[in-house]
Design a protein around this ligand. Structure first.
Ligand code: PMV
Length: 328
């Protein structure tokens, strides 16, 4: 039996524009998914269960849901099953059982699908092949492309390597060294989004507003570059201002949401230095930065008092971890 763990994430800057070749800055957060994998005597069957209420058996010729409706099971587990199959364990003699648990809220842009896929592949791989983290990451990126075919792969990178990274389709990833810990907050709108739908919406916006999109993408890249140096110099106030600037661009391309805007207003009233949606938008989660840890605590308390699901998060430095417990 083996286990693997990986963090969720927030996108600090550059979501959506990263799909179209721009840079993004992401941080792994201290909410993690884990998987255990073991071999079973049932030849060529992969059984996957997740604590978000879905479970299924995958045969070479198809899937049979065990828990949850077929559509929901397929949306959540098919990419994981495909990634596990592409990890290539020889299943001619045995089968696999994979159990996934996660404290990353599902479907609100905090990286739960990427982390779940990574841990499933990593746990299985450590039973068989023992490839490096980048190999596991590549399998997860491929499977994210089953969810939406233009996935930038950014989620998988930050969940694999942890910390704060800068990522671009052409430039690849690089590690950022924050001068001081970021006082980050996350608030869920409670509205689940489809990343694929939001990405498609932006593609359509771009198709009918080529020049305008080009201008916005240039500005998004400038914001990322300034944010990069502000994170490395520990300039919280500037990071906050840049988050708010980034949010204006997201609003323009149509991926914000009324409830997200309300939360941003509450963050600012409570003293946040800046706030924006994180991830695909259209609901999802909203992040903010505070000037001190105490400030972040106070902001979270104020939002909670008003009924919002708001918490502080720390940056996870560990990334993907695996451990083999026994040989089967
Ligand atoms: O799935 P989410 O909500 O974390 O959003 C992914 C970020 C996008 O930039 C919108 C898409 C991508 O592939 O990078």
């Amino acid at each position: 039996m083996s286990t693997a763990g990986a963090p969720g994430k927030v996108i600090l800057f550059g979501e959506h524009f990263v799909v179209h070749g721009g840079p993004a800055i992401l941080a792994a957060i201290d909410r993690r998914a884990s998987a255990t994998a073991r071999t079973t005597p049932v030849r060529d069957v992969i059984r996957i269960e997740s604590d978000i209420g879905v479970s299924a058996k995958y045969f070479p010729a198809g899937m049979s849901p065990v828990k949850g409706g077929r559509k929901k099971v397929a949306a959540i587990l098919d990419p994981i099953a495909a990634a596990v199959r592409s990890a290539g364990p020889p299943l001619d003699e045995s089968g696999l059982r994979i159990k996934i648990e996660s404290d990353i809220p599902y479907g609100v842009g905090l990286g739960s699908s990427a982390a779940s896929c990574l841990v499933a592949v990593a746990a299985v791989d450590s039973l068989y092949g023992r490839h490096d983290r980048q190999w596991v990451c590549d399998r997860a990126v491929e499977s994210e492309r089953m969810i939406h075919k233009n996935s930038s792969g950014a989620d998988c990178y930050v969940s694999t390597y942890g910390g704060i990274i800068r990522y671009g389709r052409k430039e690849g990833y690089s590690v950022l060294h924050a001068k001081k810990a970021l006082n980050l907050l996350v608030c869920s709108t409670g509205i689940r989004h489809s990343t694929g739908d939001q990405v498609e919406k932006v593609r359509m916006f771009k198709a009918s507003n080529e020049e305008r999109f080009h201008g916005l993408a240039l500005r998004a890249a400038e914001i990322c570059n300034s944010a990069h140096s502000s994170i490395e110099s520990g300039d919280y106030a500037r990071i906050g201002t840049l988050m708010t600037e980034n949010q204006k661009l997201l609003r323009e391309i149509g991926v914000s949401h009324r409830k997200a805007e309300r939360i941003i207003g509450e963050y600012v009233k409570a003293g946040a230095l800046g706030a924006k949606i994180t991830g695909a938008g259209g609901g999802g989660a909203v992040i903010a930065i505070a000037s001190t840890p105490k400030g972040a605590r106070d902001i979270a308390a104020q939002l909670k008092k008003k009924g919002y699901d708001c918490t502080q998060v720390q940056v996870d430095q560990e990334g993907l971890t695996t451990r083999q417990l026994t040989r089967s």
